[in-house]
Design a protein around this ligand. Structure first.
Ligand SMILES: C[S@@+](CC[C@H](N)C(=O)[O-])C[C@H]1O[C@@H](n2cnc3c(N)ncnc32)[C@H](O)[C@@H]1O
Length: 263
């Protein structure tokens, strides 16, 4: 399958901004940690590739109070939501594929998006070149976590084998790719421990992101049985515990970061 066709296949599963934002705080935190490593002086323009439904704007505005911020995302649903929920001056959004994006900015960022772009490592130097100051991104590194292994295994039992597992590199690979003459590069990884509440919270989390392609590929007849089995397997893999005197589920979540700064 070609990169573009594969990309379209993954995107055929539409994003649901409301579902995605159920965990907005947890999903946005790595972006705050990423931006903390990006220089904030002399930054007048910022482009956010895969900007999502607008949750990236507050941390961007906080880090770059005076910059023009432009969000680009291939999902019309996400862009519609971003426009609807953002009133900040100097912020604009557009529907577009980051592979087709040809602009430039002082800072180019991408949070939790490049994992959806097959072969994204090859695109990194071009995205960095588009930045006059810094290029920074974060990708999840949890595709071998029980949540995703179970998704693939149970999906296969329901005949869903064509959904490509998302691929990311290691921090070292990203540092090697971006570490060219004239650039200072920083790479690291972190495992966040999210404290989730309520019934089946891990299912709720993954059904807003990584499980979307499998859920969309299932027939309407098969989906309820799949969901029931997947939820039961997730409850076993991520058992309920008690935190702060209340039931909770701990979700360890590995994420990989890279920042390339000119000069
Ligand atoms: C997990 S969300 C991340 C949203 C936001 N950046 C955040 O940190 O919460 C991934 C986003 O990437 C977008 N996306 C995926 N592939 C893309 C591509 N090739 N070009 C532009 N956006 C893309 C999706 O539409 C989605 O909004």
């Amino acid at each position: 399958m070609s990169g573009r066709a594969d990309r379209q296949g993954q995107q055929a599963a539409r994003w649901d901004p409301r579902k995605y934002l159920e965990f907005a705080s947890e999903r946005t935190r790595p972006f705050v940690d990423l931006l903390a490593r990006v220089p904030d002086d002399a930054v007048h323009t910022v482009v956010d590739l895969g900007c999502g439904p607008g949750n990236d704007v507050p941390p961007l505005r906080h880090r770059f109070p005076d910059a023009l911020i432009r969000g680009v995302d291939s999902s019309p649903e996400m862009i519609e939501r971003a426009w609807a929920t953002t009133e900040a001056p100097g912020v604009t959004f557009e529907v577009g594929d980051l592979l087709d994006w040809q602009g430039s900015a002082d800072v180019v960022v991408s949070n939790a998006t490049l994992q959806w772009v097959p072969g994204h490592r090859a695109v990194l130097p071009r995205l960095a070149e588009a930045a006059t100051r810094a290029f920074a991104f974060q990708v999840p590194g949890n595709f071998n976590a029980p949540s995703h292994v179970l998704l693939r295994e149970i999906g296969a039992d329901f005949g869903i084998t064509a959904v490509r597992p998302l691929e990311v590199g290691t921090a070292a690979e990203y540092v090697e790719t971006l570490g060219r003459p004239g650039w200072h590069v920083d790479g690291w990884e972190t495992t966040y421990l999210h404290v989730l509440r309520g019934p089946d919270p891990v299912f709720d989390w993954v059904s807003g992101t990584g499980a979307r392609p499998v859920l969309a590929a299932l027939s309407d007849a098969d989906r309820p049985a799949f969901v029931e089995r997947y939820k039961a397997a997730l409850r076993e893999a991520y058992p309920e515990c008690e935190i702060g005197g209340r039931p909770a589920t701990l979700l360890p979540f590995r994420r990989i970061f890279a920042v390339a700064v000119r000069g």
